[in-house]
Design a protein around this ligand. Structure first.
Ligand SMILES: NC(=O)c1ccc[n+]([C@@H]2O[C@H](COP(=O)([O-])OP(=O)(O)OC[C@H]3O[C@@H](n4cnc5c(N)ncnc54)[C@H](O)[C@@H]3O)[C@@H](O)[C@H]2O)c1
Length: 423
C-alpha cells in the first residue's frame, strides 16, 4: 500500500471511529450530519464546502452571497453534490442574497456551522455575526486585513462559547508531509535553527468580468487586486508560508524590514506584485521571505527552507519534503514529485504535498464539533495575520516596523463603497 493510500484510509477510519464514539458529545448523534452553510459561493468557498461534503459528515444545507449569479451557481453545484451523496436538494428558504445575507444566515436555526469564504475585508464582520449566533465557524484566512480588524477578532475570540468550534483556513498545517516534518523539526531534528529562506512565486490572477458591473461591483469581483479588500498579496496569499514559519518556530516575528512594489502589473487595484521581507524572530532567528504575483508563464513555487546547527529542512508545496543532516529523513511520496511540476490553484486545490491538506483539515474540524475538544483558532490566526501586516507596513513606509509600532500605528483601511447598492 502506498503511504498516501494508507494515510487516506487510516485518516478516514480515525474520523469514523471518533464519530462512533461521540454519542452526542455536543448535541450531535453519532453519524448525523453537521448542517453547514457556505457564506461566499466563489472559487475557494465552493471547493472547500464540496470537500467538506465528500470527506466528512457535514452537509451543505444553506448558501449566502452578495450576488445572485454566485448564489444561483452555488445552488446548482450543491444540488448536484447533494444528489450524488443521496442527500436532499437545497431549500429555497435557506438561500440568502445581498449585503445582509450573512446576518440572515447567522440567524437561521437550521444551520450548525458556517464556512466564511468571502473576501478578506469581510471576514471579521462575518465572523462576529456567526460567533454571536452560536454557530461553529470555519473562516478563511486572513483573520483581518488591518490592525483594527485583528483586534476586533481577538475580542470575538473571547466570546466563543465552550461548545463552539472555530477554525481558521491554514490547511497547509494539515498536509500530511508538512505535519510530519514539522513534528520532527519541533522535536529538535535541526538542532538550533538559525535562519529560514521562504518564498511564494505565483502567476498573475485572472480578471473577473461581469456584464453590467459598475466600478464598485468590479472591485468586489476583483477583490484580489485591491489592498483594502484583500490585505495585499502578503497578507492574503503569502500568509500561508508566514504561518508555517510562525507555527514551526512556535513564535511570531519581533520586527521586519521590507521592500516591494508594482513593477509589472498595470491593471486596476493597488496591490503590489512583489515583496521582499526580512523578519527577525526571537532567539535571533532570521527569516528572509520573497514573493511575486505576476506573469502568466507556467511556474508556481512556494515553500520554505530551514537551516539549523544539525540539519536543514526543505518544505516545498511541490517537490521532495526532506531533512538533511544528522537526522536525515524524507517523505516517501514527495520524493517522486518535482517542484518543476508545481501548478498554481486559485482555489487552493493543490496537488503534490498539499493534496490532502484540505481533507485532513476539514476532518479535524468536524471531529472537534462532533466529539470535541473544540477549537478556537482565532488568536493564532490573528497572530499570523499581524505578522504579515508588519511586513506590509515595513514595505509601505520603507522603514523597519516593530510589533509594538504595528499595534500602535498599523494602517487601517476603509471599504470605500456602500454595499446597500447590492440589496
Ligand atoms: N486557504 C486557501 O488556500 C485559499 C485559497 C484561495 C482563497 N482563499 C480565501 O478564500 C476567500 C474567498 O476567495 P475566492 O477565491 O473564493 O474568492 P471569490 O471571489 O471567488 O469568492 C468570493 C465570494 O464572496 C462573495 N462576496 C463578496 N462580498 C460579499 C459579502 N459582503 N457578503 C456575501 N458574499 C460576498 C462573492 O460574490 C463571491 O461569490 C478569501 O478570503 C481568500 O483569501 C483561501
Amino acid at each position: 500500500m502506498q503511504r498516501r493510500e494508507f494515510i487516506q484510509t487510516t485518516a478516514g477510519l480515525a474520523s469514523g471511529m471518533l464519530l462512533l464514539n461521540s454519542k452526542a458529545a455536543f448535541g450531535y448523534q453519532a453519524n448525523s450530519a453537521v448542517r453547514m452553510a457556505l457564506l461566499g459561493c466563489g472559487n475557494r468557498g465552493t471547493h472547500v464546502a464540496t470537500s467538506f461534503s465528500r470527506n466528512t459528515v457535514a452537509q451543505v444545507v444553506a448558501l449566502a452571497d452578495i450576488f445572485s449569479d454566485k448564489l444561483e451557481a452555488g445552488r446548482a453545484h450543491f444540488d448536484e453534490v447533494n444528489a450524488t451523496l443521496g442527500r436532499a436538494a437545497l431549500d429555497s428558504k435557506l438561500l440568502f442574497r445581498g449585503p445582509h445575507a450573512f446576518e440572515q444566515l447567522a440567524a437561521s436555526a437550521d444551520v450548525d456551522m458556517i464556512q466564511i469564504s468571502t473576501p478578506p475585508f469581510f471576514h471579521v464582520e462575518h465572523l462576529q455575526a456567526a460567533v454571536a449566533a452560536g454557530k461553529h465557524v470555519y473562516c478563511e484566512k486572513p483573520m483581518g486585513i488591518d490592525v483594527k480588524q485583528a483586534k476586533r477578532a481577538l475580542e470575538i475570540a473571547k466570546r466563543v462559547r465552550p461548545t463552539q468550534s472555530v477554525d481558521v483556513g491554514f490547511q497547509c498545517r494539515n498536509a500530511p508531509p508538512i505535519a510530519a516534518i514539522a513534528e520532527k523539526i519541533k522535536a529538535g531534528a535541526l538542532g538550533k535553527i538559525a535562519s529560514i529562506s521562504a518564498y511564494y512565486y505565483a502567476p498573475a490572477s485572472k480578471e473577473k468580468l461581469h456584464p453590467g458591473a459598475g466600478a464598485d461591483e468590479y472591485r468586489l469581483r476583483n477583490w484580489l487586486w485591491d489592498r483594502a479588500l484583500s490585505g495585499d498579496i502578503l497578507v492574503e496569499q503569502n500568509i500561508h508560508i508566514i504561518d508555517l514559519c510562525n507555527w514551526i518556530l512556535g513564535a511570531r516575528p519581533l520586527k521586519a524590514t521590507a521592500t516591494g512594489g508594482r513593477n509589472i502589473l498595470t491593471h486596476a487595484g493597488d496591490c503590489w506584485d512583489n515583496y521582499q521581507v526580512d523578519f527577525l524572530y526571537p532567539n535571533d532567528v532570521r527569516v528572509s521571505f520573497a514573493s511575486k504575483q505576476f506573469g502568466d508563464y507556467d511556474m508556481f513555487e512556494a515553500g520554505l527552507r530551514l537551516f539549523g546547527s544539525e540539519g536543514a529542512a526543505t518544505i516545498p508545496y511541490a517537490g521532495p519534503v526532506a531533512i538533511a543532516g544528522a537526522q536525515k529523513w524524507s517523505w516517501q511520496d514527495s520524493a517522486a514529485t518535482s517542484s518543476a511540476t508545481g501548478k498554481f490553484a486559485a482555489n487552493g486545490n493543490f496537488e503534490d504535498n498539499l493534496a490532502f491538506a484540505d481533507r485532513d483539515k476539514e476532518r479535524t474540524f468536524i471531529d472537534s464539533i462532533v466529539t470535541g475538544p473544540v477549537h478556537n483558532q482565532i488568536a493564532a490566526g490573528v497572530e499570523t495575520a499581524l505578522s504579515c501586516m508588519m511586513g506590509r507596513m515595513a514595505g509601505l513606509r520603507h522603514h523597519e516596523a516593530t510589533w509594538e509600532e504595528l499595534e500602535a500605528h498599523g494602517e487601517t483601511y476603509k471599504l470605500g463603497m456602500d454595499l446597500r447598492q447590492f440589496a
